[in-house]
Write a protein that binds this ligand. Structure first.
Ligand SMILES: [Zn+2]
Length: 278
């Protein structure tokens, strides 16, 4: 561990991210068609032949085959390797950002805190993609990301340096509970559903990952982003009373969360200096 340089770990994180991207490709293809994710194993959608593992490697498989299937020579969309490469970049970015964007690529990564932060960011960055895609299309947030975030946050809190396990639990309960109360109150006042329970679970996960303060900051930034995007959008796309003008809140939370995870503390300090000048 203590001699392996950063650049090597960045390659590992890129590969891990690309594997997650490859898994997303499988989900995106199979879920809407009602095919199980694990069974049948990887097969060609056209000629139904089994695909050997070496062609299933993210990015490499596509390049190896030069974008054509090995079995029936049909073109494979370039969208697949591009999605895998983007997820790979997000994976490498989570470690690189956790080091504070160091320029010393040859140095080993010794600080345990960096590893904890890298895992948290990996979760946030790669989880943002399904939250944005699924919430926009189906108006729901997958439990594997929201509830999974609570579990991931609690597990990562045992790595020294970030939030403690107690802060993680308090963060999940306070952030989820707080947003639930806000939504419940708004629903009573507006007499219509103001907040989905998916958002509550998602924010609870962010609370578990970054504590109460980080979750509150994420909520505030997401709300500001939401208003900035929503106001012009709802003017163009007026709600026809069927909910078509309704905008999901999950993507705004998912975009705000990694930034607040990284820069929430300095941002809060800056804000405090601004409102309480000495
Ligand atoms: Zn085929």
């Amino acid at each position: 561990m203590d001699i392996i340089p950063l650049w090597y770990w960045l390659a590992v994180f890129f590969a891990l991210g690309a594997c997650v991207g490859s898994f997303y490709n499988v989900i995106v293809y199979r879920m809407p068609r009602g095919i199980s994710l694990i069974n049948p194993p990887s097969h060609c959608p056209l000629c139904k032949k089994h695909i050997p593992i070496r062609y299933n490697l993210p990015i490499v498989g596509w390049l190896w085959l030069r974008g054509k299937s090995a079995c029936c020579k049909q073109p494979i969309s370039i969208i697949y390797p591009i999605g895998e490469a983007l997820c790979g970049i997000l994976g490498a970015l989570s470690l690189y950002a956790a080091t504070g964007f160091t320029l010393d690529f040859g140095a080993p990564v010794l600080d345990v805190e960096i590893w904890g932060r890298a895992l948290g960011l990996f979760w946030l960055l790669l989880g943002a993609y399904p939250v944005c895609a699924v919430d926009t299309k189906y108006k729901l947030i997958p439990d594997s990301i929201s509830v999974g975030g609570i579990v991931a946050g609690l597990l990562i809190s045992f790595i020294p340096g970030g939030v403690t396990p107690l802060q993680s639990i308090v963060g999940a309960v306070a952030a989820g509970g707080g947003l639930f109360l806000i939504g419940w109150t708004a629903t009573k006042i507006l007499k219509k559903d103001a907040m989905g329970f998916g958002d509550v679970k998602l924010l609870a996960g962010y609370g578990a990952l970054m504590g109460v303060t980080g979750a509150v900051e994420t909520l505030i930034i997401a709300a500001v982003l939401g208003i900035v995007v929503m106001v012009p959008y709802s003017k163009i796309n007026a709600d026809k009373g069927d909910g078509s003008g309704q905008i999901p809140f999950g993507p705004f939370l998912a975009v705000a969360a990694p930034f607040m995870y990284l820069w929430g503390e300095p941002l809060l300090e800056l804000y405090m200096k601004f409102i309480l000048p000495e």
